[in-house]
Design a protein around this ligand. Sequence first.
Ligand code: APR
Length: 248
Amino acid sequence: MDDLIKRAAEDLALANNVVALTGAGISVESGIPPFRGKGGIWEKFDPMEFAHIDAFMKDPAKVWNVLIKEMKDIVDTAKPNDGHLGLAKLEELGILKTVITQNVDGLHQDAGNTDVIEFHGNFAWQKCMTCDKRMETINVSMSQIPPRCECGGILRPECIFFGEMIPPNHLLRSRQVASQCDIMLVVGTSAIVQPASFMPVISKQSGAKVIEINPEKTPLTGNISDYLIMGKAGPVMKQIIEELEPLL
Ligand code: APR
């Protein structure tokens, strides 16, 4: 793995328009469980029963009680790890421009990245399903489930449920930056949920290098990715930055 870390540092040293696509794996070392693989949330709950918009509309209390309340407790205390901090450093070095994240935990912004496309929305905001009023999740009382707006309407997190459309502005901008980058860094995603996992394909088709960081192989490995650094995001990103800085 060390020679691939050196190779990634050399590739990044020559780049100035890197885009990252991240998934739940980059937040695992911050204490947020992934969805798939060992310890994954979908091993405990059926996503179609708890994370589909139809399920939420049918029984918001059930989805709030089982999935959202647990998410809130975890996300409220999570801090960025070396994986997030490494991507923020790449932006500080003028190498990385944009992070496209599938995560809703806001940890990339906390780490310091300033251009983050939240492909699946975010958990920091709630919206009333009757009057559309928005409020920050941190200020929403969990004493009543599902939480309600002053108007009596039920609140929903501004995350994108299965069965909902990716916000068109996020989708269009992601396709655009993916087609213009010189390197696409794919960190901590199982790369099976579309259309997010199509972004590295767009980058590849546009002539970019695609570098994966993941302890496991994904459907991108061996056909879209130039190489996979098999390791955890935190230590790998830390080592890449250590190898990269002397090259600049
Ligand atoms: N560092 C890097 N990658 C890791 C780590 C780690 N420490 N731990 C696990 N991984 C990898 C796993 O090997 C897996 O490939 O992170 C990936 C997590 O995959 P998923 O749990 O499927 O997360 P993600 O790819 O973000 O899921 C996509 O599916 O359920 C929906 O909306 C949800 O945004 C999510 C989407």
